[in-house]
Design a binder for this molecule. Sequence first.
Ligand SMILES: *Cc1c(COP(=O)(O)O)cnc(C)c1O
Length: 419
Amino acid sequence: MNSNELFEKSLRFVPGGVHSPVRSFKGLHTTPRFINRGKGAYIWDEDGKNYIDFCMSFGPLIHGHQDPEIKEAIIKALENGWTFGACEKYSLETAEYIVNKISFIEQIRFMSSGTEAVMTAVRLARGITGRSKIVKFNGCYHGHLDSMLIKAGSGLAGTAEASSKGVTSQQAGDTLICELGDLEEVKRVFEDHKDQIAAIFVEPLPANNGLLIQHESFLKGLREICDKNCALLVFDEVISGFRIGFGGMAERTGIFPDLVTYGKIIGGGMPVGACAGPKKFMEFLAPIGPVYQAGTLSGNPVAMAAGLVNLKKLTPEAYVKLNTNTTGVVKVMTEWMNANGFDDYQTIQYESLFYPISTHEKLTNITQLPKNMNERFFALFKVMLDKGIYLAPNAYEVGFGSIAHDEKVIEDLKNRLWN
Ligand SMILES: *Cc1c(COP(=O)(O)O)cnc(C)c1O
């Protein structure tokens, strides 16, 4: 069966035909490709067509598809069994490796997704501070937990409403929404809710509604507001962790959060998330502390084995390659777009993340995104897909460079674009 037939069938058995909504190609007037195989920077669909992949499973595959060393680690771990629900060495070794390499964390707990990591951090922050409210920014994504599926209310500043049915108004009421970059608003929200705010949650490099690069003074300001109000600062580094250097944006800026969440790259393409921080905070978690958190498949040995090798391969040289590759990709794409009817586009790049967007304005919050971006993205996406270039199928998603997108792939990209 080809992709169209498979999707048709999928619609019968699966809501919307997909197991995660962003895979549905909604608004792109075509059916999703069913992917059959990936290798390096390439994927193949069930129709036999191949693509240069810039979605890379939305970030985890920093070394490309089927990296041989990661594959070998998976197979080796697998041969001893794939889950025990008991202590085992791979998760210990991975914890030790990460804690030793990242200066501001002393303990880490593994779980199976980024959503779980953020969910843990929310409960932990509330448990530590004894407060119930959290601050979140318009345009940051933190997974699909109830307390984060909240958007700015249409009424007064600081009010909020659920962005999904099924989230209660109580939950919405405990999440306070601010605009990225607006420290004055954050200060006001803290004054209005004195001694009620447990934590500020922020993607230090917001990369889920385009790439909204923040000035360091914003992160520094958040750190100061938290200190002044005895609230915790939580960096959600599910995308930026291990990508913007090993220690993510925290190590890059020297602005350290009280808790950090990881996902995506940490498992090397297997399902892993993590919440980490200093011992004094992390030991609030059960079994030592009063904040409950658990997982049947947490610290799964096969996932941990993959994650560990994946992380060990992230040498300083690997980061140089990663960023050089991405700069090469962006250059080729920009040249082609400028000469081929997409000259309203710019490509915003931050190291190995890039974001083609149909405006020349500088973007720092979502209110600045252009009105016609969906239409324009559809046009770009369609041309790219036809040429064998796979962008994440949504106007708000960033592109992910990888170590596998080397000079040869960039040359191939150029040929695909111009032919
Ligand atoms: C992807 C993402 C999440 C959610 O992770 P899942 O593994 O999809 O649950 C949370 N926060 C950020 C910043 C993310 O990019």
